[in-house]
Design a protein around this ligand. Structure first.
Ligand code: ATP
Ligand code: MG
Length: 601
């Protein structure tokens, strides 16, 4: 059964200096394995670190929060053990791969705070950005070797026959009629496949692990395909090849060629491990690798509530125009989270906090949001924004007059300075800060009722005011609130605390406010597990995931720079959108509310 958990506060801080050590690490089963290997000297090799990991994305989509877990794990482990982590593109499927994806993946890894450039022994720099396609010659040579040793053969069955003869979980497979074809014949056909003499699908190269492999209980051991014909243009190798190695063949070999020590992958690859080990041991006998061989370890993938992380489904959201692109701030992609205003530190903290285990489970979105608040609270400057404006008129405040009010940029960090903004006769306040008929316990503006005077409210950093009335338009909508102010009540002046009021609200001067577009984002789905158990995820979209309002902000906010984050007091954390903001005209995204206020339907 899947379960949901919300995690406890961490006792450590993350660092976003590139690959710099993180102190006080919590342990997990992978660190225990690495510790054991360190003690036993398992991966000691001259001139090489004893921990070499890799992050191996296929460049066929944008990275998402699940990949961030794998990135933080692989790069984090390398960092913590003074090792190295390679970024390797598993680019063996020419049909689906594009340069755009390569570029965004590199960008996302770096933005998350990691780097694959390491100092070399001679004082220079080693670039550990690799591509499986760089190994195409070696992969091919190894395939010929396997054929020569009787460990691989060319199968010429039709795709349908091959599928039928593979059997299934309950039924053993049947040997292909081509399985015992002479090695020389297989080799000749394989060379002709490479030379372009056959059409896609005419032949395929398969491994032959043992005589009775087709009845192995592990389907992955039933003569897995290792090379197929694909007359397709490859982003990096162009038209040099018309046969391409399969993922299960390429991946272990790439690991071994790069001297990976710990090859970390998600649990679904557990059943692929016997082939991984067999292939590397078999090729090692042929002298293709330096020993010791890499070892594969599996961990559970990240399942995060209220999002989908399947590349296919994310692509559908983009292609169907449900979101504005891969970087839509509602997307769980790294580019989406970035545009939404997430920090790399918050994502690193989240990945550390959820840890790694071997059991599948669900992590609640509130855990990710909690990490974000924790990261932003101490560093985000405060600002005032009125998101749903209602006019407030201070009737006894002289027209044309203006006074400066001041407030700390951050309540706990005086070194961040103060901000100033004017108070004038007409202000903007939030609609919800006035109630014509106040409910019990409501301490903000309410008008005089019978002989009871209107309520008294402090305009934060300004004056205490008393509500005297309100105006409505012809539809009965309240369009202005009238108050009088007490000139001796200004915050920070002697005697101001003689006024004891329970209501305290934020406001901006109507004369100088910055009008700005603010996008109020919420979760993209209303269901915690929108694609679990056969649910149709597109029918579970949250119609309120994006609301655009025209807000009034304190005038200093016109200087907000793209990507700059703020806490809008009483509202939450906001960022100046990195794409749509322009000089003097920021557009804001709500990153997250101050408290967990999401109500699931
Ligand atoms: P595909 O279906 O295209 O293979 P993928 O999500 O597995 O999709 P890859 O590019 O192959 O994408 O993933 C790169 C690495 O990220 C792999 O090692 C994979 O195991 C890991 N990864 C992908 N999704 C998650 C996840 N949700 N949690 C943890 N790791 C993940
Ligand atoms: Mg994959």
């Amino acid at each position: 059964m899947p379960f949901t958990r919300t995690l406890a506060k961490p006792t450590f801080q993350m660092s976003n200096e590139k690959n710099s050590p993180a102190p006080a690490l919590p342990s997990n089963f992978l660190r225990a394995i690495v510790d054991h290997d360190q003690a036993a000297g398992t991966h000691v090799r001259a001139g090489m670190p004893s921990v070499i990991t890799r992050f191996p994305p296929e460049p066929n989509g944008y990275l998402h929060i699940g990949h961030a877990k794998s990135i933080c794990l692989n790069f984090g482990l390398a960092r913590d053990y003074q090792g190295r982590c390679n970024l390797r593109f598993d680019d063996t499927n020419p049909a689906k791969e594009e340069q755009e994806y390569v570029d965004t993946i590199i960008d996302s890894v770096k933005w998350l705070g990691f780097d694959y450039d390491y100092p070399s022994a001679d004082g220079g720099v080693e670039h550990h950005l690799h591509y499986a396609s760089d190994y195409f010659d070696q992969l091919y040579a190894m395939a010929e070797y396997l054929i020569g040793k009787g460990y691989a053969y060319v199968d010429s069955q039709s795709a349908d026959d091959m599928a039928a003869n593979r059997g299934n979980f309950n039924t053993p497979g049947k040997n292909s009629p081509f399985r015992d074809r002479p090695r020389e014949e297989s080799l000749q056909i394989f060379r002709d496949m490479k030379a372009g003499k056959y059409a896609d699908g005419e032949h395929i190269l398969r491994a032959k692990i043992s005589e009775d492999a087709m009845s192995s209980p592990n389907m992955n051991m039933r003569d897995p395909a290792i090379y197929r014909i694909r007359h397709a243009h490859h982003v990096r190798t162009g038209d040099a090849w018309c046969i391409y190695p399969m993922y299960d063949y390429t991946h272990p070999i790439s690991d071994a060629l790069e001297n990976i020590t710990h090859s970390l992958c998600t649990l679904e690859f557990q059943d692929h491990r016997p082939f991984y080990d067999w292939l590397l041991e078999t090729l090692a006998e042929g002298g293709f690798f330096t020993l010791p061989l890499p070892r594969q370890y599996e961990f559970s993938r990240l399942n995060l509530t209220y999002v989908v992380t399947s590349k296919r489904k994310l692509r559908q959201l983009v292609e169907d125009g449900i979101v504005s692109g891969w970087d839509d701030p509602r997307m769980p992609t790294i580019v989406g989270l970035r545009r939404r205003g997430y920090t790399p530190e918050a994502i690193q903290l989240f990945c550390e906090r959820i840890g790694v285990t071997k059991s599948d489970g669900w992590i609640d979105m509130s855990t990710l949001e909690g990490c974000l608040r924790e990261d932003l609270d101490p560093k985000a400057p405060r600002a005032t924004a009125v998101l749903r404006p209602l006019k407030l008129i201070i009737d006894n405040y002289p027209e044309g007059q203006s006074e400066e009010c001041t407030s700390p940029v951050h309540p706990h960090h005086p070194e961040m300075g103060v901000r100033t903004f004017p108070i004038t006769r007409e202000l903007w306040i939030e609609e919800e800060d006035f109630m014509e008929v106040p409910s019990k316990g409501y301490f903000r503006y309410a008008p005089p009722i019978d002989d009871k005077p209107g309520s008294r409210v402090r305009l934060r950093h300004g004056y205490v005011t008393e509500c005297t009335g309100f105006d409505k338009d012809e539809n009965g909508k309240v369009v202005a609130v009238h108050v009088n102010y007490f000139p001796d009540s200004k915050s920070g002046t002697p005697g101001s605390d003689n006024y004891k009021v329970k209501g305290n609200i934020h406001w901006v001067s109507a004369a100088t406010a910055l009008q700005a577009e603010v996008r109020l984002f919420d979760r993209l789905f209303t269901d915690a597990q929108p694609d679990a158990g056969g649910k149709e995820f597109l029918s579970l979209l949250n119609p309120n995931a994006k609301e655009v309002v025209t807000a009034y902000l304190e005038p200093g906010m016109s200087a907000a720079q793209p990507d700059q984050r703020f806490q809008f007091e009483r509202h939450g954390y906001f960022v100046a959108d990195r794409v749509d903001s322009s000089a003097g005209k920021p557009v804001f995204n709500r990153i997250v509310t101050l408290k967990d206020s999401f109500v699931a339907k």
